[in-house]
Design a protein around this ligand. Structure first.
Ligand code: ATP
Length: 235
């Protein structure tokens, strides 16, 4: 820990970005680059989920999704793939993941969980949602077309906890909400899987290493080995 201005601590910042990543695409990578640039975080962990609650089963295995994430982020300093949700049985509740990260890092690190404004609007549907901000900060990607919540319990939390600088996140281990403007990259994994299942190309939506991996492994083909689609819903 180093001393911050005005006598506040300046804790190392570890940012965690969870998702299905089935597969990781250019939209995810754009978000990763934005978060790295805006936060200057010491570490960014990409955390593929094991069994997303309320979703269909992923089209690629956990090992394959993690492998694609590693290929896509190999050149990005400070970024690592964290397989803890793949190694855990049962649903991938974010609160459990944060509890295990907090146990690993202790209180001397600021943890931040990334989510979009679309997910923030439904935060009160997440398992044990109030404990999330006891364990970590929320780093919210302000996505065009998804307004911030204006009424209800989540809006109250946002009003009480929002800070305006990343330095404020480094001032304590958890408990704050920081909005980051996100440059839109209009890609969704659903679109990638649908293109591949119908025989269309998808390399313009993906990092080249991930496209090569998908072609080699024969993923997401209509009659391929792993074609269960996922339907979008929050935790
Ligand atoms: P699907 O189409 O299967 O629902 P997805 O493309 O939305 O998948 P996820 O793995 O569900 O990808 O997303 C993980 C995280 O990345 C979520 O927080 C989601 O909001 C965010 N995300 C998804 N697509 C984009 C994008 N184009 N730009 C920025 N963030 C994105």
């Amino acid at each position: 820990m180093t001393g911050g201005s005005a006598g506040r601590p300046s804790l190392p910042l570890v940012v965690c970005y969870g998702g299905t990543f089935d597969p990781v695409h250019l939209g995810h990578l754009g978000a990763v680059r934005d978060v790295l640039a805006r936060t200057g975080c010491e570490q960014l962990r990409l955390i593929p989920c094991h069994v997303p609650p309320h979703r269909g089963r992923p089209g690629a295995s956990g090992a394959q999704r993690a492998a694609m994430l590693r290929l896509a982020t190999a050149g990005l300093e400070g970024v690592r793939v964290d397989p803890r949700e793949l190694e855990r049985d049962g649903p991938s509740y974010t609160v459990d993941t944060l509890a295990s990260l907090r146990a690993e890092f202790g209180e001397g690190v600021a943890l931040a969980w990334v989510l979009g404004t679309d997910a923030l609007a439904e935060l009160d549907r997440w398992h044990d949602w109030r404990r999330l901000v006891a364990l970590a900060h929320l780093l919210v990607l302000d996505r065009p077309g998804a307004p911030r919540p204006e009424a209800g319990a989540v809006a109250e939390l946002v009003a009480a906890r929002t800070v305006s600088t990343v330095a404020a996140l480094r001032g304590e281990p958890a408990g704050r909400i920081w909005f980051v403007h996100q440059r839109p990259v209009p890609v969704a994994a659903t679109e990638v899987r649908a293109a591949l299942a119908s025989g269309r190309r998808a390399e313009h939506l993906l990092p080249p290493e991930v496209w090569a991996y998908i072609r080699k492994a024969g993923l997401y083909l209509a009659d391929g080995p792993a074609t269960q689609g996922a339907t979008a819903e929050s935790e």
